[in-house]
Design a protein around this ligand. Structure first.
Ligand code: ATP
Ligand code: MG
Length: 256
């Protein structure tokens, strides 16, 4: 069954500063949307608000998952409803082994009780698909991981948890060319008719692999323009200041 994540006229502030100034966006399962925009335009803020980060205040607007208003739900409730966020700067969790973290999360999200042995098998198999070193299983979550290893661990979670909606914040940054391909293939493997994905990125390269259905450009807390993959190509070749785009406001934005 198709699910919809709907963001309606979202206004958000942090530390008294208004960051999002009326964001409207709808993502259905089975589609991939890309979100691009200059540094500081509010992309990560949107990702954090979608997951219910307590630092951000919703001043106006609402977020719906199907008919359920999730604007003020705590993060764990959102995760249970099928939302997944990968962080631009993933946290290290000292003392928590990857296996136990992932198994606990897996069992909670899937409402099951997979045994240690069974989960270990699933984990090893999924790690092999992502060309991850199985020795990492013994380590603590993200502790001492290289940038690329952290990103692969995020995609590992995507493959294991199979959320209804995934928000991937710069999963492609800092990856070498082979890692980028592996991560993109992992995302392509995870996606399907039951998953909707919002990919936040600065680069067209990952979009070449993912072929997004829509590309949105955010600037100064608003979605200024929505188009197809060509819009991402145009941004890459011309930057955000190309004349047609620079003169746009949300009111007169349209499809490229
Ligand atoms: N705690 C905070 N206090 C004040 N300003 C903040 C705070 N958190 C975020 N901001 C500001 O909000 C704006 C949007 O930040 P955000 O991280 O959402 O941008 P972004 O589009 O993800 O940028 P980038 O492409 O560099 O990752 C920035 O100007 C940032 O400085
Ligand atoms: Mg960001």
């Amino acid at each position: 069954m198709t699910k919809t994540l709907r963001i309606e006229d979202l206004h958000v502030s942090v530390a008294g500063k208004q960051i999002l100034k009326g964001v409207t966006l709808e993502i259905t399962t089975g589609t991939v949307h890309a979100l691009m925009g200059p540094n500081g335009s509010g992309k990560s803020t949107l990702a954090h608000v979608l997951m219910g980060h307590p630092k951000y205040t919703v001043e106006k607007g609402r977020i719906f998952l199907d008919d359920k208003d999730i604007t003020h739900l705590p993060p764990n409730e959102r995760a249970k409803l099928g939302l997944f966020l990968s962080f631009q700067y993933p946290a290290e969790i000292t003392g928590v082994k990857i296996t136990s973290f992932l198994r606990t999360a897996y069992n909670t999200l899937h409402n099951t009780n997979m045994s240690v042995v069974e989960f270990h098998k699933l984990l090893k198999q999924t790690m092999t698909e992502l060309a991850m070193n199985p020795d990492m299983i013994k380590r603590c979550l993200n502790e001492g991981f290289s940038g690329g290893e952290k990103k692969r661990t995020e995609i590992l979670q995507l493959l294991l948890f199979k959320p209804a909606f995934a928000i991937l914040d710069e999963t492609d940054s800092g990856l070498d060319v082979d890692a980028l391909r592996i991560v993109a293939e992992g995302i392509n493997k995870a996606r399907g008719k039951d998953m909707g994905i919002l990919v936040i990125t600065h680069y067209n390269r990952i979009l070449d692999y993912l072929a997004p259905d829509k590309v949105h450009i955010m600037r100064d807390g608003k979605i200024l323009k929505t188009g197809g993959p060509n819009l991402a190509k145009q941004i890459e070749s011309q930057g955000y200041e190309f004349s047609e785009f620079a003169s746009l406001t949300q009111e007169n934005s349209g499809e490229l």
